[in-house]
Write a protein that binds this ligand. Structure first.
Ligand code: ADP
Ligand code: ASP
Ligand code: MG
Length: 405
């Protein structure tokens, strides 16, 4: 008997027929004598629909009310999944995040999990029930509903696997596993049998939405090995785990595109110690994640800062910057949303040179202009025009021979 945590994403529970299929799958694993905790997402599209509805009644809805609204998507699917299981004779009970004991910090729309009290889940597992938990949501110490950021059901599953000391954690989605690039964009993308936490983390934070990046961070921290696989077939998926020596032989393991970033240019700020600190402090205080940062050489006593933020936070960023710029003697803010970030990732970059040169040459040959560049030990990211992003991903994928991996 094993203790298994499974997560089914939005497409996997996209309608009642799919929910019944998921119930059959759960029943088969249950009938083998395993203990099962199942995290489900909202039906595909529901969270987006709810956000659109919120914006149709208020241009800038409060984050607390957004969390109240968005959490209902998952509450529909937990109840339906539990009912579908009961319908085929399996004892099952559904839990909201709060009922599952998932306590978060107080930040709405991207809360962090503080603790999980697994008492109730353990009691129901002991009683022989399959426990269905709403992904993407928790409760804070003030009793308010919170959500864990887009794609947050992945985090619910990984965190539960750690808290419940599960033997296995399986993330079921609509593709066979983690590929060398988004298989919907790059047709020649190859499924990877294994990938390291660090590579998965860089791909996820660079726009490969197959896993939420925070969930991978959590898995690495707590050593949760997990498998990403399809709920539409029984093919083996991709195992995500600690890096092993052979992984370094491959220089580039994947390409990711992120079209949800915006470029912010703050120009004509006074070039003196403390200016950049003030700019980024106000963004941090507004809980905005800044990614790539470039500062040009100051001339005539002024400098320009360019950086990227999530598109959903551009409004918030511009508002947060106004008072900060006033305290440092002014500056202008411009926003460009029609950009994309292209990243190539691989732990092998630590020990190989020439990756940047190959990437830049490939794009130069296609006449694609590079606006920003940033690098880490295992990643190179560039900002380019959004219209050319998919083409650039295919070109980079071919240039690094990923179809032969
Ligand atoms: P779920 O609803 O199951 O959480 P998501 O839509 O969040 O599913 O994530 C799965 C999608 O991620 C796939 O349909 C695929 O288009 C996309 N994707 C992007 N990059 C990759 C990649 N490198 N490997 C696999 N899928 C990827
Ligand atoms: N329903 C949430 C979203 O669409 C969480 C998830 O699917 O993981 O972001
Ligand atoms: Mg997802």
């Amino acid at each position: 008997m094993a203790r298994i945590v499974q997560k089914y994403g939005g497409t996997s529970v996209g309608d009642v027929e799919r929910i019944k299929k998921v119930a059959e799958r759960i029943k088969a694993i249950r009938d083998e004598g395993n203990e099962l905790v199942v995290v489900v997402s909202a039906r595909a599209g529901v969270t987006n629909e709810l956000i659109a509805r919120a914006k149709s009644v208020c241009e800038n809805p409060s984050e607390r009310e957004l969390d109240q609204l968005l959490s209902i998507g998952e509450q529909e699917t937990i109840a339906l999944t539990a009912m579908a299981l009961q319908g085929v004779g399996v004892a099952a009970v559904s839990y909201t995040g709060a009922q599952a004991g998932i306590v978060t910090d107080r930040s709405h729309t991207k809360a962090r999990i503080h603790t999980i009290d697994p008492k109730s889940i353990n009691r129901d597992l002991k009683a022989g029930k399959v426990v269905i938990v709403a992904g993407f949501q928790g409760i804070n110490d003030e009793g308010q509903t919170t959500t864990l950021g887009r794609g947050g059901s992945d985090l619910t599953a990984i965190a539960l696997a750690a808290a419940l000391k599960a033997d296995k954690c399986e993330i079921y989605t609509d593709v066979d596993g983690v590929y060398t690039a988004d298989p919907r964009v790059v047709k020649t993308a190859k499924k990877l049998d294994e990938i390291s936490y660090d590579e998965m983390l860089e791909l996820a934070s660079s726009g490969s939405k197959v896993m939420q990046s925070r969930s991978v961070e959590f898995a690495k921290k707590y050593g949760v090995v997990f498998e990403v696989r399809s709920s539409f077939n029984h093919n083996p998926g991709t195992i995500v785990k600690e890096e092993v020596a052979y992984m370094e032989r491959v220089v580039v393991r994947g390409v990711a595109v992120d079209k949800d970033q915006a470029k912010v240019i703050v120009s004509n700020i006074v070039d003196k110690p403390g200016s950049a600190a003030k700019v980024f402090r106000c963004l941090a205080d507004a809980n905005i994640i800044v990614d790539m940062i470039v500062q040009n050489v100051g001339r005539h006593g002024v400098a320009n800062l360019t950086f990227t933020v999530p598109q959903t936070d551009t409004h918030k960023a511009v508002k947060a910057l106004e008072p900060a710029l006033a305290t440092i003697g002014g500056g202008q803010v411009a926003v460009h949303e029609h950009i994309a970030k292209l990243s190539v990732v691989g732990v092998g970059m630590k020990t190989h040179s020439g990756v940047a040169a190959t990437l830049f040459q490939t794009l130069a040959d296609a006449g694609i202009n590079i606006e920003l560049i940033s690098t880490s030990e295992i990643k190179i990211s560039i900002v380019i025009d959004q219209d050319r992003a998919d083409e650039a991903a295919r070109l980079a994928h071919a240039a690094f021979g990923l179809e032969n991996l």
